[in-house]
Design a protein around this ligand. Structure first.
Ligand SMILES: CN(C)c1cccc(CNc2ccc(C(N)=O)cn2)c1
Length: 246
């Protein structure tokens, strides 16, 4: 996937280009990231990219023209058909299903706004989709863009080895994750659940599924209403609930 990011702070993106899964995806050429700074397209001495809001009110608004020119340059880089995505609290809430959709795209232009937002005329003329990482405001769209890019990077075929594969992500199944354990077998007097040491892969798979269902029921029951449970899953959850109520 070819990504072009419109941002006043390109250096921030080293956090995903220089580390981890997203960094490796870029090294493997499975993901490319290029940042374009709207300040490059200003003509005044102060390189002005923001100004006070019409109608008054706190803060500043990003001006349309430098962004328009930056997006035009981005289109030249990643192709005219790339969608322009704007990170904002007013956007569609990002979830694992949304990441799967985004990961299918060959290219994308991501607009990371600062201040109180962007001139609405730019949004109306250039933005295809608004996405939000959650119902809260942070100081800029950059961290939101990096969260989204990190999440979609691991879903790009070939990025994760089969050993880490994202298909088995519990969230890919609409459930919370099961508990995980590693050495030592006993830590501060707490032993690893016997089943995980049994080598019985069927029992281990059932236990993990039961734990994922049970923890979802305990912590995020609303996720279960959107999900039809198989007969076996219903049984596993009932067993968990009975044991929980003892
Ligand atoms: C209305 N307003 C303050 C605003 C509008 C647009 C961008 C920004 C930049 N900050 C962001 C960006 C995204 C998210 C998110 N939840 O994805 C949270 N904060 C702020």
């Amino acid at each position: 996937m070819k990504l072009s990011i419109i941002t006043l702070f390109p250096e921030m993106f080293s956090a995903i280009s220089d580390y981890g899964v997203s960094g490796r995806a870029m090294q493997k050429g499975l993901l490319s990231l290029d940042c374009i700074n709207p300040r490059t397209f200003t003509e005044d001495r102060h390189q002005t990219v923001d100004d006070r809001p019409y109608g008054g009110g706190p803060g500043m608004v990003m001006m349309a023209e430098p962004l328009d020119k930056a997006i035009a340059e981005a289109r030249r880089q990643v192709g005219e058909e790339a969608k322009v995505v704007y990170m904002s609290p007013q956007g569609r809430q990002l979830d694992q299903a949304g990441l799967l959709e985004l990961a299918q795209r060959p290219a994308m232009i991501v607009l990371a706004g600062r201040y109180e937002g962007v001139d609405e005329r730019l949004i109306a003329s250039q933005v295809d989709e608004e996405w939000s990482i959650g119902d809260y405001v942070i100081s800029g769209g950059e961290l939101a863009a990096m969260v989204m890019i990190d999440g979609l990077a691991r879903l790009i075929p070939g990025v994760l080895g089969h050993a880490q594969s994202a298909e088995q992500d519990s969230f890919a199944e609409g459930l919370l994750d099961c508990p995980h354990y590693t050495r030592p077998e006993v830590y501060q007097g707490q032993a690893v659940p016997e089943v995980l040491l049994s080598g019985n892969h069927g029992a281990i798979e059932r236990w993990r599924k039961q734990q994922a269902l049970g923890r979802t029921w305990l912590r995020r029951p609303e996720l279960l209403t959107d999900r039809t449970l198989s007969q076996e899953e219903k049984q596993l959850l009932d067993e968990f609930v009975q044991a929980h109520k003892q």
